[in-house]
Design a protein around this ligand. Structure first.
Ligand SMILES: [Zn+2]
Ligand SMILES: [Zn+2]
Length: 167
């Protein structure tokens, strides 16, 4: 968990605290199964007093282990999220249920940082934009070695039909 003491910045408008941390993924509640981070998570931002609320602005980045969804190659890539969130003093009127609140002088900024990094990860990753993938016929990684299988026109339904005919 990352908690920031805001006693100083609460004292005057425009007060702010620079946030620069390198933390283990576990400190952001990020498990290997959530996101396989290689190394530390970098946080670079600020928490500032803008009047009624405290404003958190931060960039979150980490090197992540990925698996290409076309050729299944493992590789690493930088993942990068941005956070802009308001923190309301606990008990202030008209604050919605899902808003971030803080009590006394301590602000827990773990959740938005965690979320921004998890959401930054694409659902479908490619090792490169034009990855050729694995040939569905012979299983060759076509980035390494081109094969001469005819896969261009086979749609899965037709492929199933062909198999049916063969036997
Ligand atoms: Zn690939
Ligand atoms: Zn092939």
């Amino acid at each position: 968990m990352i908690k920031v003491n805001v006693a100083e910045i609460k004292k005057h408008l425009t007060g702010k605290k620079i946030l620069q941390y390198d933390v283990e993924p576990a400190e952001l509640d990020i498990l290997e199964t959530d996101l396989p981070v290689a190394g530390l998570v970098h946080i670079d931002g600020e928490l500032s007093n803008v009047g009624d609320v405290l404003l958190l602005k931060a960039k979150v980045s980490a090197v992540v282990n990925r698996v290409c969804s076309r050729c299944l190659k493992e590789f690493t890539a930088e993942s990068y999220g941005e956070v802009t969130e308001k923190y309301y003093p606990a008990g202030s009127p008209g604050v919605e249920n899902d808003a971030y609140v803080y009590d006394a002088d301590i602000v827990d900024i773990t959740e938005p940082l965690r979320e921004s990094l998890l959401l930054a990860e694409p659902l479908r990753v490619l090792c490169k934009e034009d990855c050729l993938g694995i040939c569905p016929v012979c299983g060759t990684d076509r980035n390494v070695q081109p094969c001469s299988c005819d896969t261009g026109t086979i749609d899965p339904r037709l492929a199933a039909l062909k198999q049916f005919i063969k036997y």
